[in-house]
Ligand binder design. Structure first.
Ligand code: IMP
Length: 447
């Protein structure tokens, strides 16, 4: 069986967790391949809301094995907390049984968090993600496999803390990393996770050879990709399809399906240009923010909101080659008289159809919009009823005509079929294309 990939098609927070939650019951493995606890997945089922930052969203499917892949940066304290919360809710401790951490994944230490707290440019999540990746690129970082080896080498640990302290002082942070504390941290990580630390690439390779289905879970989104996004206002990993297998330790030939998750509008957290941005104070931008509960899962910061940016969406399609799009939070637009889609930018008087490589140029771009009729606002129950109705065979085709024409336009612009539409936070509030990959049995699950 092949691997399937779920990716954010915008600036993150597109609702990937819900899509993964729907696919995971038919997967034997759910794998995170990049990023760390800068991500945040929210899954709502049966009145329980689960917020997770590190654990793969596939955790909700009890028969699904979970991997924190080699492309990740993992904060062991956050992982410990999430595992405790999961155990409290479900009684299950999956570590070493169905949750495995790649030996090659980079370890986030208190130093990385401290260093990240000095960021003033990007508006990072402050979780130490960039500094941990930087250490890895400089080849001075610790991976999980290194911890057991380094314990007992006190001189090396002292040298590491010296380097950390020198770096902290360059960004004006006075707090120091004491070698004894570093040693005790490393020793705790070693003990706490030794059961779960494995060579996960070969594990996945063997699983694929046995015919098992692997789900690769992206974090953040294409526009936050370090190489292809709106640099420097990006995260520090490759968020795109090309890294999905590499960051899992398997080869790209395994992928057969790649789903791009996009909101029916756009949001962005942190700094950086955002051509279709609207005011959060009134009008459609306020509606997106309030009705869509647009606050960061990780930092609680209000997300910036705007109309759907099809220029950015097409850019992400160029990079990822989606086999299907999942359009989320469509219900949030209910009640707006007019909907807009940005189909090109105006840059200094010229119309362009791509995202400029320079963020300074992108900041000068103004959106060129086309207008679409809106559709009425419904309450949560009514959307769920509509979704249930769609499961009688009609799928997306059973949706009211203004919604269908908005979705058809997205398909036309991107050249990618819409395979699922989110119409509310609940697991049941989804409309799939009939017979498509998201046309799966949907239960009102509890954890
Ligand atoms: P970092 O990933 O913490 O270094 O933050 C870099 C940029 O990516 C900041 O603008 C963050 O707000 C943004 N970012 C990181 N993770 C996410 C996410 O999961 N969703 C949305 N934005 C994110």
């Amino acid at each position: 069986m092949p691997a399937r990939v779920v990716l954010g098609a915008q600036w993150g927070d597109e609702g990937k967790g819900k899509a993964i939650d729907q696919l995971a019951p038919n997967s034997q493995w759910a794998v995170r391949f990049q990023g760390g606890n800068n991500a945040g997945h929210t899954i709502v089922a049966g009145g329980t809301t689960l917020k997770m930052h590190l654990l793969p969203s596939g955790i909700t499917a009890r028969d699904c094995n979970l991997v924190l892949g080699c492309g990740m940066v993992v904060d062991p304290w956050v992982l410990d907390r999430e595992l405790s919360e999961w155990a409290e809710l479900t009684g299950e401790s999956p570590e070493g049984k169905r949750l495995f951490i790649s030996e090659r994944a980079a370890v986030i230490l208190p130093f990385h968090r401290l260093y990240d707290s000095a960021d003033e440019l990007v508006g990072t999540t402050g979780r130490g993600i960039g500094p941990a990746y930087r250490d890895r690129t400089e080849r001075v970082g610790l991976r999980f496999v290194d911890i057991g080896l380094i314990l007992g080498r006190d001189t090396e640990i002292a040298e590491i803390s010296e380097r950390m302290n020198a770096q902290l002082s360059t960004v004006g942070i006075e707090e120091k990393i004491e070698p004894e504390q570093l040693k005790s941290d490393l020793s705790w990580i070693h003990q706490r996770f030794s059961e779960a630390i494995r060579a996960t690439g070969p594990m996945l390779d063997k699983a694929l050879a046995r015919g098992e289905q692997v789900l690769l879970e992206g974090a953040q989104g294409a526009m936050l990709d370090i190489d292809q996004g709106t640099y420097p206002f990006v995260t520090s990993s490759i968020t795109c399809r090309a890294n999905a297998t590499h960051g899992a330790g398997i080869h790209p030939g395994h992928i057969d399906q790649c789903y791009g998750i996009t909101k029916a509008y756009t949001t962005r957290v942190g700094n950086g240009p955002f051509p279709t941005e609207l005011s959060l104070e009134d009008g459609p931008g306020k509606q997106m923010s309030v009705v869509g509960h647009e606050f960061g899962t990780t930092t609680g910061r209000p997300r910036r909101t705007g109309w759907l940016d099809a220029v950015a969406l097409n850019e992400s399609q160029r990079l990822n080659g989606y086999t299907g799009l999942v359009v989320t939070k469509l219900d949030v637009l209910g009640g707006l008289e007019e909907l807009k889609i940005c189909t090109s930018y105006n840059l200094d008087g010229d119309e362009i159809d791509h995202v400029p490589s320079s963020s300074e140029e992108l900041a000068r771009c103004t959106p060129v919009y086309e207008s679409h009729p809106g559709f009425p606002a419904l309450d949560e129950e009514e959307w769920i009823e509509m979704a249930e109705e769609s499961r009688k065979g009609g799928g997306i085709d059973s949706l009211p005509s203004p919604i269908r024409s908005y979705l058809s336009r997205i398909e036309e612009i991107t050249g990618v079929p819409v395979v699922s539409v989110g119409v509310g936070p609940d697991r049941l509030a989804s409309v799939a294309s009939a017979g498509g990959p998201f046309d799966v049995e949907m239960s009102e699950a509890t954890f």
